[in-house]
Write a protein that binds this ligand. Sequence first.
Ligand SMILES: *[C@@H]1O[C@H](CO)[C@@H](O)[C@H](O)[C@H]1NC(C)=O
Ligand SMILES: *[C@@H]1O[C@H](CO)[C@@H](O)[C@H](O)[C@H]1NC(C)=O
Length: 461
Amino acid sequence: MRLHQTWAGTLSLLTCLSSQTFATEDTEPLENANHIFNAIQSTLRHYGSEINYNGLSFYRASVPKGTQFYHGTGLKDPIQGLEWLAFKPEHSLGFAHRSGNKFFAKKDLQQPLDEYTAPEWDGNGYLHTYAAAKDLRLLYIDGMSAGPGGGAESQDRILYNNTITGDRPVGGPKIGGPPQEQQRAIEACRMAKEDWGDKIDGIVRTEADFEIILCNFERDLEVVHITQTKPQESSGRPGGPGGGKGRKGHHGGGPGGPPRGPRSGLKYWSLATRFDESLGKKVRIDLDNFVSAYTYGLDLFPNNATVPKVGHLPVEELQPIRQDVFKLLNTWDSPIDAFDWQTVIDMIVFQYSDELKSLAAGTYSSAKELRDHLEKLLEPFIDYRDFDNSEVIINRCASEWIPLSAPVGSLGGNAVRSVARSVCSTLVSAMMDDEQDLEASVTSFNDLVSYLRWTTWAADE
Ligand SMILES: *[C@@H]1O[C@H](CO)[C@@H](O)[C@H](O)[C@H]1NC(C)=O
Ligand SMILES: *[C@@H]1O[C@H](CO)[C@@H](O)[C@H](O)[C@H]1NC(C)=O
């Protein structure tokens, strides 16, 4: 009887695999749970953000008071107002070196020319080290949100409602960056003040480094120290990590230089990746309640696109997302006390990534051999007095990495529980069903792998 139910459950599961949603038996199916799961795992990490470079989610984030950040410039005095902060000094050194190089400073459109013709520019470069003067409250936009290519699509279409034209802003504060970046920064800080009740101090995004657009340097930072950087040659490209194209391009190098994802051949769990993940932890993100374009019933993969897109959708369709981002920020009344779903996701992925790949590759030569292997894998979740109770086995398996104290019913929690259940129910079904032949089981693992699209497998594709 129980076996029969399991088999019926498996059938309905397999039918659902081809669509974007994945049905589970006792929770509402969460649209795009697989993509939301992967997005959470990649928050403030270059590895996954470069694979799914179009981030589609907006999160509340905070930085503890005292955390250090960097800014490279041609100015020796503390910055007033709006500017960029880098997470590591190598990145800012590049901008300081450019400023201390008259050839580049004059030509460089990364920085407005006026800054260097202003009387206070003394022809040198300076590295400013700052510390947060209070707990900073920020909006984090995921994916390569300050990177090249389509990474800025979600903010331009959703947050900025298509108003980023690429024209250099006239009047207003003088800040660094190419024209469209200046527009984004100025508009974000205007919204922070006028639309978000002055609750937000800036925006966190990912480029070659991680960065913060901070709206009010003198209010929110204390100066740790300001150093004059090494004078640069008057021609040629300034050296050093963070030099060259700065926030426009990808560049690795230097101690702790950003890993570049699997395409550059870096191992997933390399030292550079671990450095990068720890660097991202300067910011704490609310991974429970956030706004994601994945949950609005939109066609995000037009013509079977391999990465999600919003560029083809009329802005009117994106308005509900924009409104929910505004609401998320406007209702931010207490400090973030977010549960660390990223670590839970890591454990699920580390545990099953190689296993699922191997199962999908058809490693086992008979249905019996496969079932014996799965039984060994699932033994921690089986009570042999009640072997046939597949539902209980699935539940134990799916909750292994989820503490009992974890929040229930949040977006992040729902995505994690849904994906964990997809993994465990596929494994348990293949173990329990004596009638299922080897080919059907291998197909179910392949369907699962296609659905999950874990970033750990991206290098195999
Ligand atoms: C967003 O842009 C559309 C199209 O230009 C416009 O009709 C709409 O009023 C804008 N929405 C907001 C909230 O500014
Ligand atoms: C998308 O992929 C599905 C399944 O492979 C295929 O049937 C469909 O024709 C594709 N659609 C487009 C527009 O390419």
